[in-house]
Design a protein around this ligand. Structure first.
Ligand code: EPZ
Length: 418
């Protein structure tokens, strides 16, 4: 089993280009299925979730190859609508393929995506929307069978919750209809705008992404396209939290400050000095962050749930008190017990976590999920002594060579194998 060995309380400094966004590249790779030709997706991060997605594409009959930071997907030979169970289990978000496969082939078969470390991950909003578009979907022995005997027909769909995945799935399926589909109550995350841009480059006619009403007009001109994936705003928040916690200065390039403005507001209130330009964020920290006003996670443009754990770790190593409220997922505090092993003072009551800053000490801890694992790395960078962070497969799902990037900022971090 591999682990990170981290020696804390070293000032970090340097300049870092932010990797491509995991939560943008996954639906964009799924969207390649709509194309009869070869698509080139640039700024594609090297992540295990991307590797799993490429395996799913190959299993559907696509030819896929990597060239430096680009992935080339030739979907001309898509011949099957089945995603094997082991790949569905490996990556919950593979449900995002459903809409694209139905749009391309009219039939699909996927196993129910397993729950995961964040609690139950229902897909009722996805299935309701696809049924509204004309899909017949039934479950047999944990396998979802989907058919569109009358094709996909455009309609008006109201999402009771701005689910990111359900919005993306509906956009992809709607590209398979010749009529117009309107999604009301759509999620507004920047990754959805990135998906819209790629779909329009393919020849689709999608408007409204970034607002809560998205319109997909029927199009008969879906072709091939090239696209550069936007920067990962959550990875950016992670590095900012790391330098905020350890102390030092950081220049992040390639990322849009607007996409994580709520995180920047918290870091500034905690005592960091920030400077931003179009695609640049500079942060300076004395390594002793203050408590801030309550941090309540919410759909975009609210505070991102994916940044909750990493910002919590940074504030837990500081001074002063902060109340967190996790309003998106039911159990997204599994990192708290591991942080407590490092001396963090965090009291949980339902969706609320009260964090009281304290000096952290080194410990051997285990990642519980993707962002929880990153939070433990941040805590170790702020802690006195040498820590170990295990279960790195969680972290490798969403961070492209995290230890190399942090070493580039002068962190003492090494990937070791027990
Ligand atoms: C996406 O997940 C992201 N993943 C998540 O990032 C992110 O935390 C989440 O959006 C919220 O921003 C990808 O984009 C691959 P949702 P998704 O549908 O689409 C409930 C990370 O760390 N819900 O917006 O699964 C659901 O249970 C990951 O990078 C239903 O009830 O999120 C949750 O409580 C973690 N029924 C809430 O909505 C449904 O059909 C938000 O889920 C769908 C969702």
């Amino acid at each position: 089993m591999s682990f990170f060995e981290i020696t804390g309380r070293r000032r970090l400094s340097g300049r870092l280009a932010v990797q491509g966004a995991k939560n943008s590249v996954l639906p964009i790779l799924a969207a390649c299925i709509l194309s009869p030709g070869e698509c080139v997706i640039r700024n594609c991060p090297d992540l295990s979730d991307v590797t799993a997605t490429l395996q799913i594409l190959r299993g559907l009959g696509c030819k896929v190859r990597r060239e430096a930071d680009a992935v080339i997907v030739d979907a001309s030979g898509v011949n099957g609508g089945e995603i094997p169970e082991h790949l569905m289990r490996e990556m919950r978000s593979s449900v995002i393929f459903l809409g694209a496969i139905l749009a391309r082939l009219g039939q699909a078969q996927i196993s129910y995506p397993g729950g995961c470390e964040l609690g139950p991950r229902p897909i009722d909003l996805h299935l309701d929307a696809l049924r509204r578009l004309g899909a017949q979907i039934w479950e047999e022995d944990g396998v979802l069978h989907c058919r569109t005997p009358g094709g996909l027909r455009g309609c008006r769909i109201h999402l009771p919750f701005p689910s990111v995945g359900a919005t993306e799935n509906t956009m992809l399926a709607a590209c398979g209809s010749q009529q117009t589909t309107t999604i009301v109550g759509a999620a507004r995350e920047p990754e959805i705008e990135d998906l819209q841009n790629f779909l329009n480059a393919l020849g689709a006619r999608v408007t409204g992404a970034g607002s809560d009403v998205i319109t997909v007009q029927g199009s008969t001109r879906i072709g091939a396209a090239e696209h550069t994936v936007m920067a990962d705003r959550i990875v950016a928040a992670t590095y900012l939290s790391a330098v905020g916690a350890a102390g030092g200065e950081l220049e992040l390039t390639g990322v849009c400050p607007e996409h994580l403005s709520t995180v920047l507001d918290v870091m500034e209130e905690a005592g960091c000095v920030l400077h931003t330009e179009k695609d640049l964020i500079c942060l300076r920290s004395n390594g002793r962050l203050n408590g801030v006003r309550p941090v309540r996670t919410a759909p975009y443009p609210g505070f991102p749930t994916d940044a909750q754990a990493v910002v919590m770790a940074a504030l837990a190593s500081g001074q002063g008190e902060t109340v967190f409220e996790e309003n998106i997922f039911r159990s997204r505090y599994r990192h708290v017990s591991e942080l407590a092993r490092m001396g963090a003072d965090i009291r949980l009551t339902g969706r609320t976590a009260v964090v009281r800053g304290a000096p952290l000490r080194s410990a051997h801890v285990c990642s519980t999920d993707l962002r929880g694992g990153a939070a433990l790395v941040i805590a170790a960078l702020a802690a006195e002594g040498t820590s170990r962070v295990g279960e790195l497969h969680h972290i490798d799902r969403g961070y492209d060579h995290l230890e190399l990037k942090l070493s580039g900022l002068d962190a003492a971090i090494e990937r070791k194998h027990a």
